[in-house]
Design a protein around this ligand. Structure first.
Ligand SMILES: O=C[C@H](O)[C@H](O)[C@H](O)COP(=O)(O)O
Length: 288
C-alpha cells in the first residue's frame, strides 16, 4: 500500500512553501549576483520560489546569478533546480552575499535561532555572516517566545576526538543529558557533518533572551539558567567545539551599521501559519 500522507504533514509543508514564496518575493531579485542557500526541508521551497521568480523575471543579458551552498545537501538542491552553485571559498574576497535564505529549528521573539537539526550549522553561520541579510523561512511550530521551548536541545558541532570531553564540560554547564547524535541504525555510528565532525545535542532549561537580561534576569548559568548570548559564548569556548547552533548577536543591518559585514541573526523570519496565513517578524531596518 502506498504511504498515506497525514493532514498535519500536508499543512506543515503548505505553510513552509507559502512562507518561502513570500520571503523570496520580498527579498530576492534577478539582478542579484550572489545568494546564499541554507539546508533542510524548508529551503527546498525557497529554491523552488527563486527558480520560479527567475523564470518569470529573467536576469539582464549576460548576468549570472550564483548560489552559495551551505553544505552537500544544499548544493544538491541548487544543482537539481538548474541553478549555478559557487563554493563559499570561491567568492571574490571583497564580495558580500546579497541575501541568504535558510530555515531554523526554533526562533524566539528577538529573532535568535536554533539551527543544526539537520546537522548543518557551521557553513550556515559562515554564509549568514557573509551576507548583507539573512532571511529565515519557517513554519508555525518554530515560532516561540524563547528558545528551547518546543525544540529540545542545542546542536553543537565538535571535533570527533574531543566529543567525550565536550560532553563532560556540557554537563558542568547544566546539560547532564547532552548526547552524541548517532544514525538510527546503531552500527552506522555517529552522524558526521560536511566537515566530518560530530554533532552533540545538548538540552538546557528554556533560554532567557537578551531583553530578559537587560530587564534584570540573571542568565549567567547559575542554577543552569542561561541566556542565549552567555550560553553560546560559553559553549564556543570549549576546546573541540567548531560551532554552536545558536544564531544570536547582530543581524546584517546592525552589523553593517557598526562597520562590520553580516550578522548571525535574521533580518526577517517568515512563518507559514497553520491557518494558511504568513506571520512575518522583522528586525528594524537601520537607515544610514
Ligand atoms: O541543520 C539544518 C539546518 O540548520 C536547518 O536549517 C534547520 O534544521 C531547519 O530544517 P528544516 O527546514 O528541515 O526544518
Amino acid at each position: 500500500m502506498a504511504p498515506q500522507k497525514s493532514p498535519d504533514n500536508d499543512r506543515i509543508e503548505a505553510a513552509k512553501r507559502k512562507a518561502a514564496y513570500r520571503a523570496v518575493e520580498e527579498h530576492f531579485d534577478s539582478s542579484m549576483r550572489f545568494v546564499g542557500i541554507g539546508s533542510g526541508s524548508t529551503i527546498v521551497y525557497g529554491v523552488e520560489a527563486i527558480k520560479d521568480h527567475l523564470e518569470k523575471n529573467p536576469p539582464p543579458p549576460n548576468h549570472m546569478n550564483w548560489f552559495v551552498p551551505t553544505g552537500w545537501n544544499s548544493r544538491k538542491v541548487i544543482e537539481e533546480a538548474g541553478l549555478l552553485p559557487i563554493a563559499f571559498d570561491s567568492l571574490p574576497r571583497e564580495t558580500m552575499i546579497e541575501v541568504c535564505f535558510d530555515g531554523a529549528d526554533e526562533v524566539d521573539e528577538e529573532l535568535n535561532c536554533i539551527k543544526g537539526g539537520g546537522a548543518c550549522l557551521f557553513q550556515e553561520k559562515l554564509v549568514a555572516c557573509r551576507s548583507k541579510k539573512f532571511v529565515c523561512i519557517a513554519d508555525y511550530r518554530k515560532q516561540q517566545k524563547r528558545l528551547l521551548t518546543n525544540w529540545p536541545s542545542i546542536p553543537i558541532e565538535v571535533a570527533p576526538i574531543a566529543h567525550a570531553s565536550v560532553l563532560r564540560e556540557l554537563k558542568l554547564l547544566g546539560s547532564p543529558d547532552a548526547k552524541l547524535r548517532e544514525h538510527s541504525v546503531a552500527k552506522s555510528g555517529p552522524i558526521q557533518t560536511d566537515q566530518s565532525f560530530y554533532i552533540i545535542d545538548a538540552p538546557f532549561k528554556t533560554l532567557l533572551s537578551p531583553l530578559d537580561v537587560k530587564n534584570g534576569s540573571d542568565g549567567s548559568g547559575k542554577d543552569g539558567q542561561w541566556d542565549v548570548e552567555a550560553l553560546a559564548a560559553r559553549i564556543k569556548m570549549i576546546s573541540g567545539v567548531l560551532e554552536v547552533g545558536l544564531f544570536h548577536g547582530m543581524n546584517g543591518y546592525e552589523a553593517q551599521a557598526a562597520g562590520l559585514q553580516g550578522g548571525q541573526k535574521p533580518v526577517a523570519v517568515y512563518f507559514g501559519m497553520e491557518d494558511g496565513e504568513i506571520s512575518v517578524s522583522r528586525a528594524e531596518e537601520i537607515k544610514k
